[in-house]
Ligand binder design. Structure first.
Ligand SMILES: Cc1cc2nc3c(=O)[nH]c(=O)nc-3n(C[C@H](O)[C@H](O)[C@H](O)COP(=O)(O)O)c2cc1C
Length: 77
């Protein structure tokens, strides 16, 4: 199971699912860590807001992540 969690909410859910299913967890970590200001989704000009509006701004290598999933992971959170 592959997940990304900036503030821990998704991680908590991922842990519940891993416990219930006995699955392995793989945490995706951003190459460039997000600061609190970056994560402020109420600010239209924050990093997450800009990335949400334009996915090409996201630096992560999603191809690699999806490749990992195709090789055997069942769930992407
Ligand atoms: C673009 C964007 C929009 C968001 N909109 C909301 C929202 O409408 N309501 C909300 O409670 N959280 C919103 N969030 C915050 C997170 O999605 C939310 O806190 C989530 O649980 C964080 O998960 P994490 O702890 O695994 O990082 C938004 C985040 C982003 C990046």
């Amino acid at each position: 199971m592959v997940y990304y969690s900036a503030t821990g909410n998704t991680e908590e859910v991922a842990n519940y699912i891993a416990d219930a299913t006995g699955g392995d967890l793989f945490e995706v970590e951003p190459a460039e860590p997000y600061t609190d200001d970056d994560l402020n989704w109420t600010d239209d000009n924050s990093r997450v807001s800009r990335e949400y509006a334009d996915e090409s701004l996201i630096e992560e290598k999603y191809d690699e992540i999806y490749e990992i999933c195709e090789k055997g992971s069942k769930l992407l959170l």
